[in-house]
Ligand binder design. Sequence first.
Ligand code: NAP
Ligand code: GLV
Ligand code: GLV
Length: 326
Amino acid sequence: MKPKVFITRQLPDAALEMIRPVCEVEIWPEELPAPRGVLLAKVAVLDGLLSMLTDKIDAELMERAPGLKVISNYAVGVDNIDIPEATRRGIIIGHTPGVLTETTADLAFGLLMAAARRIVEGDRYVRAGQWRTWSPMVLLGRDIHGATLGLVGLGRIGTAVARRAASFGMRVLYHSRTRRPDAEEQLGLIWADLDTVLREADFLSLHTPLTPETRHLINARTLNLMKNTAILVNTSRGGVVDQAALYAALQEGRLAGAALDVTDPEPLPMSDPLLTLPNCVIAPHIGSASIATRTKMAEMAAANLLAGLRGEMPPHPVNPEAWQKG
Ligand code: NAP
Ligand code: GLV
Ligand code: GLV
């Protein structure tokens, strides 16, 4: 009998071409995620689940999925999954590191530039019919070249952003729990403690996973350390930032701007006060959203899923220790 698999959203064909021949597949066809109740009912008979970051995979769900061997997340971040619980149950988790690094770094740098040079505000200004002449004093932004970029988290994406920053003539400080002498030497990066990075940054870009330790890492206290001319860029997870504190800082002019690809919650409700601020650019979580990268992610997610179903270690496991138990 073929293993039973549920794919929680439509994906690039590349994934299905790999999965269809060897599995009995069901794909959730709608634009919005399957409601929780539907997901809980579906998992009862599954061997494998190909999930999105919009699916909450917790103990309750795993309890209802006695046959589940593998969860393949179509993302590098896995904060939507209770990993210790999966490990306890011998369920292996796969994710998609590396293939989306450069694409996400491009977006982070694009957001940085958009906020620095007020590109989105400029577009609104043109469309509103306000562009009546070239002006010496209108829409003045901040220079990127020569500025100091602070990075929090120097993993794959953080390092790719550092490379872009170095080529733009920025000075780059970083904070990560582990120092990276290789990157320091190759890219001229400087390690500093978090508070120093916050104090010195003209731009601060976040690249940690969302964990209990990083939740609200950017909060009223840490925002107060930042320059009032600084711009915050977040392409990590919305929960890394205390959004109420961010709104207050932007609104009161204690922070010059923000550019967010991720918010808490997602989607950001239309009533959210951040949407009233001209100095806040918001993208709908599109860090990895290039045609080529989403195709590579689909292939990687399919490969992780199929390996797990065969009882093999997925090429990109999150909790390899689960496999010992499984
Ligand atoms: P990664 O290579 O694992 O890098 C994460 C870095 O964060 C590591 O260098 C880690 O180093 C550091 N870190 C972890 N906890 C920390 C802490 N408490 N303080 C300081 N640094 C800490 O992951 P990645 O591939 O670069 O992806 C990073 C995150 O980006 C993902 O987890 C995901 O949430 C997000 N993401 C978003 C998008 C998007 O569409 N916007 C796309 C892809 C990824 P140490 O453990 O040594 O400190
Ligand atoms: C996207 O946010 C990812 O974690 O891949
Ligand atoms: C601006 O367009 C300039 O020529 O300085």
